[in-house]
Design a protein around this ligand. Structure first.
Ligand code: ZN
Length: 417
């Protein structure tokens, strides 16, 4: 019943956090805002119920630490984020932070048996809603903060550096948020799946094999703008017809190769009703379980586009604007989470790769990562209708708690050898 009570508390607190929003009729909590101050204060109070030491770090992340059998041991981090996208749901990120706090509550009476400390982190900015760049809180903690971000400005023209000062943080001290690999034993993150696969398989929990790193391109097809009435088909170099073919090829190749390929933006020039389009600019976002699969799909897409552009006397221009490597989860931590899933009754848990980015990606730069997904209703996320079941939250908590003890036993055995 302890688990059910804890899950009920998590559900209630997800609602309490949802009430902190910059939008009157929807959820938005962005970095270095009044909402950020308020959600950190709330999280700190909840962390303090477990009699952990709590603090806000140099990047505005809200942290708490449960000491193990002696003070100062390296820490196992359990974390996720409290910021949101605009008009967000109630669970993305938040549920993982609250699962961490409840795990600490269950561990606290037995902390003297833990061969490591346990830290709960509520990251301050994963979504990038205010400054565009994502994973800011976890990048600061991983020591990979990009100094170019200081010049980034929000919609009001306020720079990141100014926003730090306004929030009461000192940009000069950002390195204080960075953690050293020797001080960490690993990183666990529980998160809603944000996709439909677990629900379709009727499984409450899933293990994450890797987190897909995206490649993003800005593509342009160049033809010739001509009078729509006066130009016969054989004389046209219609850039939009080329782009339409590109969108279809992107989807076909993505499906055939099992990668996620999306054209999300498309714009034509001159964009007039009576002019054959002379230029079509569009985006491409590519993700896959591994970099090799993703890169092979890109080669095929590029070849297909270049081929029909040549046939139609169109010019293809390619600019790569973003590339992040796919990050693998640690077999050691994934085994521990699998043992956790086993005590919930799932001895053969589904393993999947994460198509969405997570704080764990950034933390992989300093320590091993492991991720546990929970089922969410209809795969809906980044939307007010995001929903999870309290019973699934209870199972995730049980699995996390067991995973910590599995890691504690392994750690003890390694130390004894
Ligand atoms: Zn998230």
């Amino acid at each position: 019943m302890t688990l059910d009570a804890a899950a009920a508390r998590i559900m209630t607190r997800c609602d309490e956090l949802a009430a902190i929003s910059a939008l009157p009729d929807g959820i938005l909590r962005a970095y270095l805002t009044e909402e950020h101050q308020r959600h950190n204060a709330l999280a700190a109070a909840w962390m303090a119920e477990v009699e952990m030491e709590t603090w806000q770090d140099a990047a505005g992340n809200q942290c708490a630490r449960l000491e193990g059998r002696e003070p100062g041991l390296p820490a196992l981090i359990i974390a996720s984020h409290l910021d949101t996208v605009p008009d967000a749901g109630r669970f993305d990120g938040i549920m993982g932070v609250l699962l961490g706090i409840e795990t600490a509550r269950l561990l606290a009476p037995y902390a003297k048996d833990l061969p490591f400390a346990v830290e709960i982190i509520a990251f301050a900015d994963e979504e990038g809603a205010r400054f565009g760049a994502t994973l800011l809180g976890s990048r600061a903690m991983a020591g990979t903060w990009d100094p170019a971000w200081w010049e980034a400005v929000d919609a009001e023209g306020i720079s990141m550096a100014q926003a730090f000062w306004d929030f009461g943080l000192d940009p000069e001290r950002i390195d204080d948020a960075a953690r050293a690999p020797k001080d960490l034993v690993g990183y666990l993150e529980a998160h809603i799946e944000q996709g439909p696969y677990l629900e379709a398989a009727e499984r409450p929990l899933g293990l994450v094999s890797s987190i897909a790193g995206a490649r993003r391109f800005r593509l342009a097809i160049l033809g010739e703008a001509r009078h729509a009435g006066g130009t016969p088909y054989e004389r046209r170099r219609d850039a939009l017809v080329g782009a339409a073919q590109a969108v279809l090829d992107v989807e076909r190749i993505g499906r055939e190769r099992g990668v996620i390929a999306t054209v999300g933006q498309l714009e034509t020039r001159p964009g007039a009703v009576n002019v054959v389009p002379g230029e079509a600019d569009f985006s491409l976002d590519l993700r896959a379980e591994s970099d090799a699969l993703r890169d092979a799909a890109w080669q095929e897409i590029h070849a297909a586009l270049a081929g029909f552009c040549a046939q139609r006397n169109l010019e293809l221009v390619v600019e790569e604007i973003h590339a992040a490597p796919t990050v693998s989860c640690s077999p050691r931590l994934t085994r521990a989470l699998a043992a956790g899933a086993a005590v919930t009754g799932d001895t053969d848990p589904i393993t999947m790769y994460s198509r969405a980015g997570h704080d764990a990606m950034a933390m992989a730069a300093v320590t091993d990562i492991g991720m546990l997904f929970t089922r969410c209703e209809d795969g809906i996320s980044h939307h007010p209708e995001e929903n999870v079941m309290s019973t699934d939250v209870a199972l995730a908590l049980q699995a996390l708690q067991e995973a910590v003890w599995v890691l504690a036993r392994e750690h003890g055995e390694r130390a004894a050898r």
